[in-house]
Design a protein. Structure first.
Length: 253
């Protein structure tokens, strides 16, 4: 471990079913990886690769919901790769973590294939915003590997008929769609909206290798009850509370 314990917090996920160590500063997993994990249609005995796994929150949430998965993560920042290994061990979930860059895929992963590839790619194009002064946060949130490369590497690692599932900023959905080539099909998009009547801020996108189904735009998931934030509490809808607190699945259709 390359980060002093005093620089870490231990944060509860899934209503305390998981505890994840994360840096006090830098990128910190919130609800996005929980939604990502909930959307993966994995079954016991299947294999899952997470590209850019960070401290492992999404894979750990998925491993808590579905028993008997082979979980593998790829992370380019050594701090987070170390934390993912620690978090897997601390939560009793077996997860193999590779330290490396998807732009130069480790040999062991190039030789492997998976039923599912999941990812939470950086949300922000640096041509459109200001870089974070924290190098670890910037490495997680600021894109320097294009989305097309994320999707290409994900597709290469999938078994035939395997699924890729990702979460991304809603405004970047057109880029996600352009990044998918004819190896992927049966694309399904589910918008995540803060409240009724509000525009989506995030999207969950799922596609299947060799899929031939029509594109589907699912009904949105509404995160919070009420039209406005009225008190210092989360106001999550019952469906969202079940996902975030109890680890329930989120079928995209």
């Amino acid at each position: 471990m390359t980060h002093a314990t005093s620089n870490l917090t231990r944060d509860a996920f899934l209503g305390g079913q998981l505890t994840v160590s994360q840096p006090v500063t830098g990128y910190r997993a919130g609800v996005d990886p929980v939604f990502l994990a909930a959307a993966v249609p994995a079954e016991p005995g299947q294999s899952v690769l997470e590209l850019g796994c960070g401290a492992g929150a999404a894979s750990l949430c998925l491993g808590k919901r579905v028993d008997g998965l082979r979980l593998v993560g790829l992370e380019r920042q050594s701090l987070y790769a170390d934390l993912a290994r620690l978090n897997g061990k601390d939560n009793g979930i077996d997860m193999a973590i590779h330290h490396g860059d998807l732009a130069d895929m480790p040999h062991a992963l190039r030789e492997d294939s998976f039923d599912h590839v999941i990812m939470n790619p950086p949300y922000f194009l640096r041509a459109r915003g200001t870089a974070s002064p924290d190098t670890h946060r910037e490495g997680a949130m600021g894109e320097d590997t294009p989305l097309v490369q994320w999707l290409d590497q994900a597709t290469r690692r999938l078994k035939p008929r395997g699924y890729v599932t990702l979460v991304q900023n809603a405004e970047r959905l057109p880029e996600v769609m352009r990044a998918m080539d004819d190896r992927l099909g049966s694309v399904l998009v589910k918008p995540l909206c803060p409240r009724n009547g509000r525009a989506a801020t995030l999207v969950l996108v799922q596609a299947r290798k060799g899929g031939r189904g029509a594109f589907r735009l699912a009904a949105p998931l509404i995160l919070h009850e009420g039209a406005t934030h009225e008190a210092d509490r989360d106001h999550y809808t019952p469906e969202v509370s079940a996902i975030l607190r109890d680890g329930m699945a989120l079928p995209l259709w």
